[in-house]
Design a protein around this ligand. Structure first.
Ligand code: NAP
Length: 248
């Protein structure tokens, strides 16, 4: 099931957390995985090493998704080296929390540059590469808060909601080329991004999750591997929620 042999997949922000889990899940299914990072080269090398030790294939690509010329250069060199791109997981993202009244212009710019503009630049270049072969998978990593909202996360939630609107549009634009575009919307997953929660915050959060626990990065990676597979060929423009029932 869900074999990805012969496919080439790029995971942005693949060096840690959910991105790392996506890289590992895709590689286990047979894909050659290109692990993107921006600052964490050591961590990204660790991911490549772990995949190779398990018999999989992986490569590194360091670039800032918000730096369009750097993204363009990276796509050009990965296409020259690997000859194709079948799967993009646009996962790279940052969180900047704060109430609307305290929102700083710089934070808004940084969030939208990375989470929205970065994801769309990657999607633009990926779909361009997928058009001629008439096959491809684009998966955006959004968030439960993009759909349900959260106090103190207005700007972050806005970036994550934007990805859902974008995916629905791109899905329509590229359906005739057999390229599917979907969203995975994780709930609260244990990664560096959520490690700042204290015990009281955590207890309050758990009350909101019917399954009674936070999620594992692996559980998001598996959802991405499914959407990347041939078995998901008839799914496009959808949002797959991996949130323990927090938002249904
Ligand atoms: P994380 O542990 O903080 O990892 C973030 C990843 O994104 C790292 O690999 C980082 O690379 C990369 N990154 C950040 N800015 C980048 C940029 N400008 N260019 C390229 N790569 C960049 O985060 P995570 O929890 O795994 O989250 C991954 C995605 O899932 C994010 O989009 C996040 O919004 C979303 N999400 C997370 C949760 C959660 O509960 N954790 C819930 C819903 C949605 P470096 O290692 O090089 O810094």
């Amino acid at each position: 099931m869900f074999r990805l042999d012969g496919k080439v997949a790029l995971v942005t922000g693949g060096s840690r957390g959910i991105g790392r889990a996506c890289c590992e899940a895709l590689a286990e299914q047979g894909a050659t995985v290109i692990v993107n990072y921006v600052r964490g080269e050591d961590k990204a090398r660790e991911v490549v090493g772990a995949i190779e030790r398990s018999g999989g294939k992986a490569d590194l690509a360091g670039f800032d998704v918000a730096d369009t010329p750097a993204v363009e250069a990276a796509f050009q060199s990965l296409l020259e080296k690997h000859g194709r791109l079948d799967v993009l997981v646009a996962n790279a993202g940052i969180a900047v929390d704060g109430l609307l009244l305290r929102l700083k212009d710089d934070d808004l710019t940084r969030l939208f540059d990375t989470n929205v503009r970065g994801a769309l630049t990657c999607a633009r270049l990926a779909t361009k590469a997928m058009m001629k072969p008439r096959t491809g998978r684009v998966i955006f990593v959004s968030s439960v808060v993009g759909e349900m909202g959260n106090v103190g996360q207005t700007a972050y939630a806005a970036t994550k909601a934007a990805l859902i609107g974008a995916a629905r549009s791109i899905a329509r634009e590229f359906a005739s080329r057999n390229i599917t575009v979907n969203v995975v919307a994780p709930g609260y997953i244990d990664t560096d991004m959520t490690s700042g929660m204290n015990d009281a915050m955590r207890a309050k959060l758990l009350e909101l999750i019917p399954l009674g626990r936070t999620g594992r990065a692996r559980e998001v990676g598996t959802a991405c591997a499914f959407l990347a597979s041939d078995e998901a060929a008839y799914i496009t423009g959808q949002t797959l929620r991996v949130n323990g029932g927090m938002y249904v």
